[in-house]
Design a protein around this ligand. Structure first.
Ligand code: TXA
Ligand code: MG
Length: 356
């Protein structure tokens, strides 16, 4: 197939606190006409198309180079849309929407007829969420259609938390990029499958296991969330594809914190001898302990919000600096730590060293 000519990508700066509706209208018209618009959410930037337009959704899969069996989240701005997209909305879903929407929770429900099966990756279920971002909500509203949007990165790359990341991956390939600055949360939404009993977390994210448990009582976690397993039955087909990976090799060192630091120092010494450029993904508490290597802190261990917010940006920075190997400190698998470690482990291809 011949390369299509490059598109003229329109980059529009938008301020969520002072929405300029003319810019939103331009982007909404593009969505309505089957085009591609990257837009900010509170988690990461999304690559949006009309969720009900199968041809537009196919174009999005091509541009993102996303495998066709990986379903895409459908974004809504009104709860009433959930009842169009799904014909079975259990009480639990209603409770969750009330408590966590708009916000970083995607609920997987049985899909209705109006949802093209290319949007759901061929499944009979659909993942739906209402993002907590004024620009995203205004765009969905003005488009007058639910918007299917995966994270706005080429498949396999770290998710975009800055418009600059979207520009790196998609400039000249999509119609519009709405730039509202850095995203607030930085890891993607939690994906919760409500077609199972008890509900199951398919991907940990901005809403924590602990928070869901409070509302639901019982919640299970899909085994692939923390470990590498082969996913035979595609509960979340996204699980089986390579994800979040920087170009550099990545090793995650996990266990007792002092031993983590010692191990990273030892590995840095060793690999530096081979002339490798080493990046160290550290935390505020430990970063001063490393002598060699390019050291970046994710933030404090006592509040993982900044680690979540910085993770993908730092992985891309190491790539920009042509680091050959990234050594990352492990974090506890609690609260947001579960989402961060899920991303880090997968980004490493499960290249994990345990020091107990
Ligand atoms: O925060 C987010 O969720 C961002 C922003 C843009 O909203 N979106 C995002 O989309 O991360 P994406 O496509 O990169 O990840 C969607 C995840 C995938 O792991 C996919 O497998 C899962 O959601 N998913 C979507 N629909 C599903 C369904 N019907 N059944 C199971 N998993 C589903
Ligand atoms: Mg993604």
């Amino acid at each position: 197939m011949n390369e299509k000519p490059l598109k003229n990508t329109l980059i529009l700066k938008v301020d969520p606190e002072n929405l300029e509706m003319d810019k939103i209208t331009i982007a909404a018209n593009v969505i309505r006409n089957g085009g591609l618009v990257a837009f900010p959410t509170e988690t990461v930037y999304g690559l949006g198309v009309d969720a009900l337009n199968a041809e537009a959704v196919k174009r999005m899969y091509m541009v993102k180079m996303r495998p066709l069996d990986n379903p895409t989240i459908v974004h809504v701005s009104r709860i009433s849309d959930v009842y169009r997209l799904s014909v079975e909305v259990p009480d639990k879903a209603e409770e969750l929407m009330k408590r966590f929407w708009p916000g970083p929770l995607t609920i997987v429900l049985k899909a209705s007829e109006i949802v093209p099966r290319v949007t759901t990756g061929g499944l009979d279920t659909v993942g739906i969420r209402m993002p907590n971002h004024k620009v995203a909500l205004a765009l969905i509203d003005s488009s007058e259609t639910p918007i299917a949007a995966p994270s706005a990165n080429i498949a396999g790359r770290p998710s975009p938390t800055l418009a600059q990341h979207v520009i790196q991956d998609f400039y000249g390939k999509i119609d519009v990029i709405l730039d509202a600055g850095p995203t607030r949360i930085g890891v993607e939404s939690t994906v919760l499958d409500l077609t199972q009993t008890p509900p199951q977390i398919l991907r940990p994210g901005g809403v924590t296991y602990e928070e869901l448990k409070e509302v639901l009582g019982e919640v299970s976690i899909h085994p692939s969330v923390i470990a590498k397993i082969e996913v035979e039955y595609a509960h979340s087909p996204g699980m089986k594809h390579k994800h979040y990976a920087p170009k550099a090799e990545l090793i995650v060192v996990e266990g007792d914190l002092n031993k983590i630091v010692d191990k990273i120092i030892e590995l840095t010494e060793e690999y530096s001898k081979f002339g490798l450029k080493i990046g160290i993904l550290a935390t505020d508490e430990t970063m001063h302990r490393y002598g060699k290597g390019i050291v970046k802190s994710m933030g404090s261990r006592s509040d993982l919000k900044s680690a979540a917010k910085n993770l993908f940006k730092l992985l891309r920075e190491f790539d920009d600096e042509n680091v050959n190997l990234i050594l990352a400190e492990g974090l506890p698998l609690k609260g947001l730590g579960l989402a961060i470690m899920n991303r880090l482990r997968r980004a490493s291809g499960y290249n994990i060293i345990k020091v107990e």
